[in-house]
Design a protein. Structure first.
Lengths: 166, 421
């Protein structure tokens, strides 16, 4: 398969960053080394030809039972070129840590908080990595495949202690 | 007309001078979640200096229902029902986006008639969405008449949805592989009548608001989000276009049959509340144009794929003969259903508020599914346009008056179901 322009550019600047590439169903996808994400994202954003100036989405997928278990998925969009690029990182750690993209895009703030909240993925360099959808005191990260769905969470708020006893 | 420009807080007010008698204490005010304009589900903590917003922090998650997690326990078609509850003002767009993502995974394309139906229904939903946004935003500023007119306008569209799929809000109007039914008799005439009414109402709202001195002064130059910031905050849809960025999924990444109609992207210049209002008003007209052009071109033929492994049989066959019944059984019962090959796909559609993306992953459950296919989604990720818009609120309201928080919040059309999922 011929390399895409984005793949070529990354290869030029960071020769060992791209681990794999595919274009399944027409979605161009690069799998890159986990610790290279900030550099690669900066290159994608600032390169005058690629111009991936928009961080469209950031999420994770838990492939439990597979090695590596977690995939962190970024979707970049170039508005001037009307192109989309999916960048994936893979990690087998129980609580993967990746570099935060908040220095490049403001929107990474909420997206990374959500990813941390629901998957337990840590983002290094995030200004306020706290839960966003769930509350402080919630136990576990519910979008993980091994989260027990019928688990009861501890009650919070006024009167929680007394009602907990019964 | 002269435009108000935002001045930095220190220059605008005398409170911050060093004279002790003018000093006022900074106050922290929690707006919401139990506040009508916050829809009961968002809390904005604003730091006030007098009436000036110095800083703001936003808290969301009050309506989190674990939609993405729930979808993992559904069959491919069952998950469509949960997408209704995302942006519940334009549910058909959500339905279309999700099933298109699954169809991408399956590698199928539905027949042209189905694509036309999806496009037309999506555009009617967009009109309903924008109408609700404008009506509600105006009501929050005291223009009750506009709200009532807008609700009346939405009703004509909801009747069309009801005629098509039997429901007004929770439409579930698509299936993986096509549409549940063809258009009922007389639907197209009814649509033309509805669009005529719609245009009348748009004109009325326009007369009430656009050149209204009170409305104009209240929202012009307020809640500004410039193009660079809007991109950095991940704004899409009318809010991004109001800042002057020409990005519309329907044009940039064409899907369905949007290229068959003649229409244009609406852009603003300033990115303030007034521009967002104008962009929405004009987009309704553009959507009406798309609908009118496309109904003339709807081709004959089936509206769904004929593959019996994907599409449910017609109800006459399910209840009328054994083959149909077995086909139905094989698609519905636990352990059967549509088999989607493992893989991943991202499909974006232009929702009422911007790019609504579905990142769907199919991955066989180890030990249960050995053919490399899955009968349930492994992961359904929704890229909600609202989350990004809400994240940008603190930036928009900083430096404005506390009374401007409500119109700014109203202008982004925050929909809780989509924000918190």
């Amino acid at each position: 398969m011929e390399k895409s322009p984005a793949h070529k550019k990354i290869d030029e600047k960071f020769p060992d960053a791209v681990l794999d590439a595919h274009a399944q169903h027409g979605d161009e996808t690069l799998i890159i080394r986990k610790d290279a994400i900030l550099d690669v994202a900066q290159l994608l954003k600032e390169d005058p030809e690629l111009q991936f100036n928009f961080l469209m989405d950031l999420t994770a997928v838990d492939y439990i039972g597979r090695q590596p278990r977690f995939e962190i998925v970024y979707i970049f969009v170039s508005i001037p070129n009307s192109t989309r690029l999916r960048v994936k990182l893979q990690s087998d750690d129980l609580y993967p840590t990746v570099k935060s993209l908040t220095p490049l895009w403001e929107t990474a703030n909420f997206l990374e908080r959500e990813c941390y909240d629901l998957y337990g993925i840590r983002f290094d360099g995030h200004p306020n990595l706290t839960r966003i959808m769930l509350y402080e005191g919630f136990e576990g990260h519910p979008l993980r495949k091994d989260y027990p769905k019928k688990k009861r969470q501890p009650l919070i708020g006024p009167g929680a202690k007394s009602s907990h006893k019964h | 007309m002269e435009t108000k420009t935002k001045t930095p807080p220190e220059e605008q007010f005398f409170f911050t001078t060093d004279e002790p008698e003018f000093k006022t204490k900074e106050m922290l005010l929690n707006m919401g979640p139990s506040h009508p304009a916050m829809h009961g589900i968002v809390k904005i903590a604003v730091k006030l200096q007098g009436e000036l917003v110095m800083d703001a922090d936003i808290e969301i998650g009050y309506l989190h229902r674990a939609m993405e997690k729930t979808c993992e326990d559904c069959t491919w078609n069952q998950a469509t029902i949960y997408t209704d509850r995302l942006n519940y003002v334009s549910p058909i767009i959500n339905n279309v986006g999700y099933v298109m993502a699954v169809e991408k995974l399956l590698g199928i394309e539905i027949p042209p008639r189905g694509q036309y139906l999806r496009t037309i229904l999506s555009e009617l939903s967009r009109i309903a969405d924008h109408m609700t946004c404008i009506g509600a935003a105006a009501m929050e500023m005291g223009a009750m008449t506009v709200f009532l007119y807008a609700m009346k306008g939405r009703e004509f569209l909801y009747e069309l949805f009801e005629d098509y799929c039997g429901a007004r809000v929770t439409t579930n109007a698509t299936r993986v592989g096509g549409m549940p039914a063809d258009l009922p008799d007389g639907w197209i005439d009814k649509m033309h009548r509805a669009l005529k009414e719609e245009r009348k109402i748009i004109k009325e709202i326009d007369g009430l608001l656009t050149c209204n001195r009170i409305f104009y002064d209240r929202i012009k130059g307020v809640g500004v989000m410039k193009a660079d910031d809007a991109i950095s905050y991940g704004f899409t849809g009318p809010c991004l276009r109001a800042a002057g960025v020409e990005y519309d999924v329907r044009k940039n990444f064409p899907y369905l049959v949007y290229d068959q109609a003649d229409w244009s992207i609406v852009v603003g210049t300033e990115g303030d509340n007034f521009d967002r209002y104008l962009v929405r008003m004009e987009e309704m007209e553009q959507s009406a144009r798309i609908c009118e052009q496309l109904v003339k071109k709807i081709p004959d033929g089936p509206h769904s794929v004929s593959d019996k492994h994907i599409m449910l049989p017609d109800k006459e066959n399910t209840y009328g003969n054994i083959e149909g019944l077995m086909n139905h059984f094989k698609l519905i019962m636990h352990g059967h259903g549509i088999r989607v090959p493992s893989g991943e796909a991202y499909q974006a559609v232009e929702g009422g508020n911007g790019e609504l993306g579905f990142y769907v992953v199919s991955h066989p459950i180890e030990g249960e599914e050995e053919d490399g296919c899955a009968s349930r989604p492994w992961r359904v990720r929704v890229r909600p346009p609202c989350l990004h818009l809400v994240a940008g609120i603190p930036h928009m309201i900083k430096g404005d008056m506390v009374a401007d928080v409500i119109p700014s919040f109203g202008s982004i059309n925050m929909i809780g179901g989509e924000l918190d999922r």
